[in-house]
Design a protein around this ligand. Structure first.
Ligand SMILES: [Zn+2]
Length: 162
């Protein structure tokens, strides 16, 4: 099974975002270093723009565009997306699979039960885009801390699409 290294503190950051959004789904973008053993470094939270935020999520496309532009030439990349399942399991739903189309994009999912984040797992869409493969999460003690790894301009609070 492929391994995803995770900077210390990133799992906590995803759990915190998932709990803060409860009972809605949280969502955000995961930045890090690509490669044979990718390193996920930080979470850039997005407002959930879905009209049905309790059961669906929609990342702000303007935020994603801006991130991808700003990351050019930095060595950091958009590795994946994070969202929570406020009443579900830490694995992709049928709706997630239906909405996934980018091979290689990582999907990190945090399960929340009664307002408490209980588990985060990582998946990647297979080449045929017909199923997700799970990755093993591995805490990367040597990595930079997620706050410093987050570009300063991405640390501001997300606005609510106004
Ligand atoms: Zn989902």
């Amino acid at each position: 099974m492929a391994v995803l290294r995770v900077s210390p503190g990133l799992l906590r950051a995803m759990a915190d975002a998932a709990e803060a959004a409860f009972p809605n789904e949280s969502c955000g973008l995961i930045l890090g270093c690509a490669g044979p053993t990718p390193l996920a470094q930080c979470l850039v939270p997005s407002p959930n723009l879905s009209p049905e935020p309790r059961t669906q999520f929609e990342i702000d496309p303007a935020l994603r565009l801006r991130l991808q532009r700003e990351l050019r030439g930095t060595g950091q990349a958009l590795l994946g997306i994070h969202h929570s399942h406020p009443a579900g399991a830490a694995r992709p739903s049928a709706r997630d699979l239906a909405g996934a189309w980018e091979p290689g994009l990582l999907w990190l999912i945090t399960a929340v039960i009664d307002g408490q984040a209980v588990q985060t797992a990582a998946f990647r869409l297979g080449r045929q885009a017909d199923r997700f493969e799970e990755l093993v999460l591995c805490d990367d003690r040597a990595g930079p801390d997620p706050v410093r790894a987050t570009p300063a301009w991405a640390r501001m609070e997300p606005t609510n699409g106004t």
